[in-house]
Design a binder for this molecule. Structure first.
Ligand code: NAD
Ligand code: MG
Length: 394
C-alpha cells in the first residue's frame, strides 16, 4: 500500500510491541514507509527493547505494564517528546489513544482490559490476543457490537476463515475447519511426552512464536482456544467448528459450503501475511512471503488424537458448558503453562491441572468485567496450588 496524494497515514497502536507478533507487525509497517504512522507502543517489562523501538519509530506515547522499569525507560527516552507511562492503566491509555488500527498482541488475559479500551472507541482492532476472546468472549463481542468496533482476526486460522467466509451465504456454511500443525509432539506417545522439557516444547516445527503460545501448540490447547475464539468471531456452535491436523501449516483453515465447495486460504507459515491483511484491510499489502507448492510436494491431513492431546476436549467441554467455564480454562492454562516453563510441573501436568481447576472452580454466568476478573483470579489460585497431577500412563 502506498499513500495517494492528500491521504493521511493510518495511525497504528501496537499493544505488546516487544513480542513475536509485535516484531512482525513492525516489520510489515516498516516495509510500507509513509502509509502508516505508529502512534503508541506497549510492553510488559522489556524497557530496553521498547526504548529501542520508540527511538526508531517515534510514537507519540509508550507504556510499560510493569512499573519497575519506568525510570530506565524514561531515562532512555530523555530528549525525545515521547510520552512515557507505566502500569496497567498506562497500557489502557495507549489503547485509548487516538489511532485508526490497534494491534492487540499482548499475550494472555492481561490483554483483555486494554483491548476493550480500543473497542470502546470503535477502533479497528487487529486481534492476535485470542485469550481475551476465550476469557470473556460474550462480553467482548457485545462491546464490539455496542461500540461498532471492527474486529479483524490476526490468528492465522481465523484470518484464513475470515478471508473465505461469505457472510451473505452464512446459512449455506456447513462448518469451518481449523488446521493444526500438531506441534512438536504430533507423533509422540504420552509416555514420551511425560519427559518433555520447556526447551523442547517451545521449539515449534513451523512457526516462530512467543513461549506461551508455543507451549499451547505443543499441548494442542492452542487449537482448543482457537475453537472458542472461532465460536465468538464467526458465531458458530462447537459442532460446526472442526479441527484437522495438517503438519505442514500451509493450508491455514477452510470453510465448507452446502454445495460441497471447500474454500481455503494458503500461504507459508509467516504471520506477516495475516498481519498485513489486518493492517491493510480492506486493501492488500505486499509481504515477502511466497508459497512454492511444487517444492512442498506433499500436504497431509489427519484427525486430531484427543486421547494423546486431552486439552482439545477440555476446551470443547468449556465451550459447551458456557458461562465462565472458558474463563476458568484460560486462566488455569496460563498458570499451568507458566509453571511448566518455570520447571515446576511436567508437560502432561498442564492439561491435568486445567481439568483439576475446571472441576473445582464454580462457573457463574458473566455479567460484567469484574465477574470475569473474579473468576479468573480464583482459577489462577487453584491452578497455582495444584500439585503435580499426571502420570504418563493415565
Ligand atoms: P510474546 O510473548 O512474544 O509477546 C507478548 C507481548 O505481550 C510482549 O510485548 C509482552 O511484553 C506483552 N505482555 C506480556 N504480558 C503482559 C502484561 N501482563 N501486560 C501488558 N503486556 C504484556 O507473544 P506472541 O507470540 O507475540 O503472542 C501474542 C498474542 O498473539 C497471544 O495471544 C498469542 O496467542 C497470539 N498469537 C500469536 C501468534 C504468533 O505467531 N506469535 C500467532 C497467533 C496468535
Ligand atoms: Mg493460530
Amino acid at each position: 500500500m502506498s499513500l495517494k496524494s492528500g491521504q493521511k497515514p493510518r495511525r497504528v497502536a501496537i499493544l505488546g510491541s516487544t513480542g513475536s507478533i509485535g516484531d512482525s507487525t513492525i516489520d510489515v509497517i516498516e516495509r510500507h514507509g509513509d502509509a502508516f504512522q505508529i502512534v503508541a507502543l506497549t510492553a510488559h517489562s522489556n524497557w530496553k527493547k521498547l526504548a529501542e523501538q520508540a527511538r526508531r519509530l517515534k510514537p507519540e506515547m509508550v507504556a510499560l505494564a510493569d512499573p519497575a522499569g519506568y525510570a530506565e525507560l524514561k531515562g532512555a527516552l530523555a530528549g525525545t517528546n515521547i510520552n512515557v507511562g507505566a502500569g496497567p492503566e498506562a497500557v489502557c491509555e495507549a489503547a485509548a489513544h487516538q489511532s485508526d488500527v490497534v494491534m492487540a498482541a499482548i499475550v494472555g488475559a492481561a490483554g483483555l482490559k486494554p483491548t476493550l479500551e480500543a473497542v470502546k472507541r470503535g477502533a479497528v482492532i487487529a486481534l492476535a490476543n485470542k485469550e481475551c476472546l476465550v476469557s470473556a468472549g460474550t462480553l467482548f463481542m457485545a462491546a464490539v457490537k455496542e461500540h461498532a468496533a471492527t474486529l479483524l482476526p490476526v490468528d492465522s486460522e481465523h484470518n484464513a476463515v475470515f478471508q473465505c467466509f461469505e457472510d451473505a451465504q452464512r446459512d449455506k456454511i456447513c462448518r469451518i475447519i481449523l488446521t493444526a500443525s500438531g506441534g512438536p509432539f504430533r507423533t509422540w506417545s504420552r509416555e514420551d511426552m511425560a519427559g518433555v522439557t520447556p526447551a523442547q516444547a517451545v521449539a515449534h516445527p513451523n512457526w516462530s512464536m512467543g513461549a506461551k503460545i508455543s507451549v499451547d501448540s505443543a499441548t494442542m490447547m492452542n487449537k482448543g482456544l482457537e475453537v472458542i475464539e472461532a465460536h465468538h468471531l464467526f458465531d458458530l456452535p462447537s459442532e460446526q467448528i472442526d479441527i484437522v491436523v495438517h503438519a505442514q501449516s500451509v493450508v491455514h483453515s477452510m470453510v465448507e459450503y452446502e454445495d460441497g465447495s471447500v474454500l481455503a486460504q494458503l500461504g507459508t507459515p509467516d504471520m506477516r501475511t495475516p498481519i498485513a491483511y489486518a493492517l491493510g484491510w480492506p486493501n492488500r499489502l505486499h509481504t515477502p512471503s511466497r508459497l512454492n507448492l511444487a517444492q512442498m510436494r506433499t500436504l497431509t491431513f489427519e484427525d486430531p488424537d484427543v486421547e494423546r492431546f486431552p486439552a482439545i476436549s477440555l476446551a470443547r467441554r468449556a465451550l459447551q458448558s458456557g458461562g465462565s467455564t472458558p474463563t476458568i480454562l484460560n486462566a488455569a492454562n496460563e498458570i499451568a503453562v507458566a509453571r511448566f516453563l518455570a520447571g515446576e510441573i511436567g508437560f502432561l501436568d498442564i492439561a491435568a491441572i486445567v481439568e483439576h481447576t475446571l472441576d473445582r472452580v464454580p462457573a457463574p454466568d458473566l455479567g460484567t468485567l469484574d465477574d470475569v476478573i473474579a473468576v479468573d483470579a480464583e482459577a489462577r489460585r487453584i491452578a497455582g496450588e495444584a500439585k503435580r497431577l499426571s502420570t504418563a500412563a493415565e
